[in-house]
Design a protein. Structure first.
Lengths: 108, 117
């Protein structure tokens, strides 16, 4: 089974900060990775697919990079509405999916 | 507008059963594979099950295999999850999520299943 290790598990940041979240796969997954944002009591929202493709309607301050085993989600300038929990998801072992453990982004 | 609306959650005793439904609208349901994903209270996301467009290819997470059954009715634009032999570890919000050819793109708002005596 492919394991996804996401770090950090939480972070504190200020509005305007650049934020980076990392996911590492236990084996190569090409670019079969997505990133999701989840706010309390809400469903996850897809931000990035295919490791670096921005979902339609998602602000361009979000970007994804990486391939193989290491992936990054970057928020270039954190906005108040970005405080949420972020998850990576690998689908290389499709149809079985594996999520990272999540990163909670909190206000400093 | 794509919409997925789950229903059927509630309180059930350990060992009991529950059937979840997911009503789809705003897209051609029969053209999309579908997934169930769950989230225990305060925890992360866990994939539960997958079903292809005609319902003949089905996969489950090891944690639910043999207890849960996924199905779909393309004529009713609906996805189902029959859950049997429920345990407290099955307590979670259950989401249906549309497959996109990449990772799932649209998710329903979820339905809460609580297994407790």
């Amino acid at each position: 089974d492919i394991q996804m290790t996401q770090s950090p598990s939480s972070l504190s940041a200020s509005v305007g900060d650049r934020v980076t979240i990392t996911c590492r796969a236990s084996q190569g997954i090409r670019n079969d990775l997505g990133w999701y944002q989840q706010k309390p009591g809400k469903a996850p929202k897809r931000l990035i697919y295919a490791a670096s493709r921005l979902q339609s309607g998602v602000p361009s301050r979000f970007s994804g990079s990486g391939s193989g085993t290491e992936f990054t989600l970057t928020i270039s300038s954190l906005q108040p509405e970005d405080f949420a929990t972020y998850y990576c998801l690998q689908h290389n072992s499709y149809p079985s999916l594996t999520f990272g453990g999540g990163t909670k982004v909190e206000i400093k | 507008e794509v919409q997925l609306l789950e229903s059927g959650g509630g309180l059930v005793q350990p060992g009991g059963s529950l059937r979840l439904s997911c009503a789809a609208s705003g897209f051609t349901f029969s053209s999309h594979e579908m997934n169930w994903v769950r989230q225990a209270p305060g925890k992360g996301l866990e994939w539960v099950s997958y079903i292809n467009t005609n319902g003949k290819s089905i996969y489950y997470a090891d944690s639910v295999k043999g207890r849960f059954t996924v199905s779909r009715d393309n004529g009713k634009n609906s996805l189902y999850l029959q859950m049997n032999s429920l345990t407290v570890e099955d307590t979670a919000v259950y989401y249906c999520a549309r497959d996109s050819g990449w990772c799932p793109d649209f998710w329903g708002q979820g339905t809460l299943v609580t297994v407790s005596s």
